[in-house]
Design a protein around this ligand. Sequence first.
Ligand SMILES: Cc1ncc(COP(=O)(O)O)c(C=O)c1O
Length: 452
Amino acid sequence: MKRLDAARSPEMSKDEAAEGDVNLTPRRKRWEAENLGSRTRSLLAEDAKHFLHQSLSTPCFNALKSASGIWLEDLEGRRIMDFHGNSVHQVGHGHPHVVEAVKRALDKLPFSPRRYTNEYAVSLAAKLAALAPGDLGKALFAPGGTEAIGMALKLARVATGRHKTVSMWDAFHGASLDAISVGGEAIFRRALGPLLSGTEHVQPCAPRSCHFGCGGECNARCADYVEYVLAKEDDVAAVVVETVRSTDVQVPPRAYYERLRAACDRHGALLVLDEIPICLGRTGAMFAFERYGIVPDMVVLGKGLGGGVFPMGALLAREGLDVAADRALGHYTHEKSPLGCAAALATLEVIESERLLERANRLGAHALAWLRQMRQRRPAVVDVRGVGLLLGIELAHPALAEDVMYRCLARGLSFKVGQGNVIVLAPPLVIEESDLDQALTILDQAIGEAAA
Ligand SMILES: Cc1ncc(COP(=O)(O)O)c(C=O)c1O
């Protein structure tokens, strides 16, 4: 009973707010009272009655009627620009090309039972291999990112004969027990009993909270420490890292990944990059690691891979890691889903035909310059950073970030708040510049009002 009460505390700590907005705060209750009509309230009440309650999820705070492009529409008819989208919406919601491809697959081959392959799955595996740099030529699909992380962990064990991992505090790799064992966010690990053994955690490259004295400009000593741990442990199977941590937009410098790659090679550990929320163009590159001039041993994709319409995860591994023919790495029911693969293929076609990488770089640079100017005018903003169309605005404290978020939600702009005090803007890459500017203006005004 005591534990239940603690879980329901309305206080929002930085730990609790690490991966999103907390759904039990008084500020949320106030927003609901001021902004929701009776129809929405009754649906929310039904939702809260039927679903198990959990942190960051149920109870929900609003209900949706439709989604299209960059827009969500709630039951009240309020239109909301979706700069959150759970990171599935690189091509926007319901892109016609993706929807059409899924409809065609639905009519032709709605499911592919194990034992059979299909043209959608083979085409997607070949396409991803052709796009990926280096020899990341082998794929395994799964019904989600978390499952694909689990497959990477298993393959690392089989390939190295070792079981330990080194991963980062404050990282998120999914919500299953194996994923939270390598993940490092308190809210997902706390009070859940024993996790996987052999999961070492180190400080991530996060310059503004660095304990290695970099003073805001990464000196890559955090990467040297990873090497120190690899040398001491001597039997680490894999170093698992989010190439760019999306919860608060941590963008390490090139030297960090050069050192990490070299350290893994020296100590026989595999480098596994988690690009689930940032794959396929979010950072202005198809794969975020391309920005660093290194190639990992494995990369894990998800979220936007399914075009925002289908759950899809993928593990891409070096050809030489095809060493587990007698083990079950994934074995998921929807492994070679024709619908998921059709959605992914269509998504890749949209990214290429609409030149979304170029667009992410151009609009991202425009937004970052705008935010840097805003920072000069708004003392509440302590840092702005970004890569492609993934932008982080660090505010002085979590209560301010929460207030800004609810003000923006009332005005039709939704985004994620990460690590408690970082506003994360992740608009669809198809966004028009005028809509982006409108969103930045809403944010600016909300910060001004919240800080006043
Ligand atoms: C970096 C990272 N890894 C893994 C996951 C898990 O992906 P999924 O929830 O689709 O299984 C997420 C989801 O937010 C993520 O952001």
